[in-house]
Design a protein around this ligand. Structure first.
Ligand code: DP6
Length: 350
């Protein structure tokens, strides 16, 4: 008999960045982080896990192609999940001995690679949750997030929807380094995210090696983890709970800038943003200045693509400018006249 379980996991974008490991094997971070889950149904990884006494080896198909399961991180996730399954079997002698059987895993991203989004977070989250379901593990999602964390740090945050914190923890074994929900998605239903795809090329420096270099070489990084992020972590959670958009947005932009500053301070320096990314940053600040209010925030991960956060009621205020600047104004309804938009952009371009 083949046992099967399926799940989907969302993409998450950090608004307070995880950058730096204090333990590389356990993926323990040097600071706590916060993310907002992208709720679109078409930005998810869908994974099914199957097991059967007759399977002869562990197998994985990713987006229709068979891939190796050999990476140390994946092996660690599978070993941890099988360990927890053994506990289930020890308590219930009737439970099938799935921990001894091989797994077949099928995983697909329903978003195009061209979206320029990293998929490892949603990928590991879906893999771990699908197997946890298959094994009928009694642990809650925070507990299971510790296993996803070992696959990819940011993956632990993709086990929850909405607003999520990854608490860095203190213990050497990582037993307190886990994701927790700050607020569910429906807490702040008018929050929206837009992804501006600047480039869909693969990133230059992978996150894992990039952050290792930063930890080793950047002085600014020490300042960031000791004196900047701990306070920002508390402030951002509070801003989310209070639905205080200007504070949330300011913290988000500052933290993106702080993270990219430590990349530049790494030696040799790491550049993730390009000229277009920087142009978008200037545009966002100009838009906020234009309205005399923070209505939009940007954030950048380890690549040049911008994610913008804004409240739904401000959508037309924002996109009037974005579409105009990036030559996509057709079909977009705005209450601004062509002349008003042009005036603003003239100033912005100076
Ligand atoms: C810039 O989670 O991809 O997106 O733990 O080595 O797999 P590993 O790194 P990863 O790093 C994500 C870095 C980031 C910031 C963030 O998501 O918090």
């Amino acid at each position: 008999m083949v046992y099967v379980a399926s799940t989907t996991a969302p993409v998450n974008i950090a608004t307070l960045k995880y950058w730096g490991k204090r333990d590389k094997d356990l993926n323990l971070p040097t600071n706590s982080s916060i993310s907002v889950t992208l709720a679109q149904e078409d930005l998810r990884t869908l994974t099914s896990a199957a097991t059967d006494e007759g399977f002869t080896q562990d197998k994985l198909w990713l987006n229709g192609k068979e891939e190796s399961l050999d990476s140390a991180r994946t092996q660690q996730c599978l070993a941890d999940l099988r360990g927890l399954r053994q506990q289930v079997e020890a308590q219930d002698p009737q439970a099938p001995k799935m921990s001894q059987w091989k797994l077949h895993i099928v995983s697909e991203n329903n978003f195009p690679t061209a979206a320029g989004l990293a998929s490892s977070a949603a990928g590991f989250a879906a893999l771990v949750v699908a197997i946890a379901k298959l094994y009928q593990l009694p642990q809650d999602y925070s507990e299971i997030s510790k296993i996803a964390r070992k696959g990819s740090g940011s993956a632990c945050r993709s086990l929850f929807g909405g607003y999520v914190a990854w608490e860095m923890g203190e213990n050497l074994d990582g037993s307190d380094s886990k994701a927790v929900e700050v607020a569910p998605l429906n807490h702040w239903p008018n929050m929206k995210a837009a992804i501006l795809v600047v480039s869909d090329m693969k990133k230059d420096t992978p996150s894992t090696s990039g952050m290792q270099l930063t930890v080793k070489t950047s002085d600014l990084f020490q300042e960031r983890i000791k004196n900047v992020v701990p306070q920002r972590f508390e402030e951002m959670k509070q801003a989310i709970r209070n639905k205080d958009f200007p504070t949330f947005a300011d913290l988000t932009m500052k933290d993106s800038n702080s993270f990219h500053a430590t990349c530049l301070d790494s030696y040799p320096p790491i550049f993730y943003m390009n000229d277009t990314s920087r142009k978008i940053i200037r545009l966002v600040h100009s838009i906020n200045a234009f309205y005399n209010e923070t209505i939009v925030a940007y954030t950048y991960d380890a690549g040049p693509n911008a994610v913008l956060y804004y409240l739904e009621e401000n959508e037309s205020k924002l996109f009037a400018f974005i579409y105009k600047l990036f030559d996509k104004v057709s079909g977009w309804e705005t209450k601004y006249t062509e002349a008003e938009l042009n005036d603003f952009l003239k100033e912005f371009d100076q």
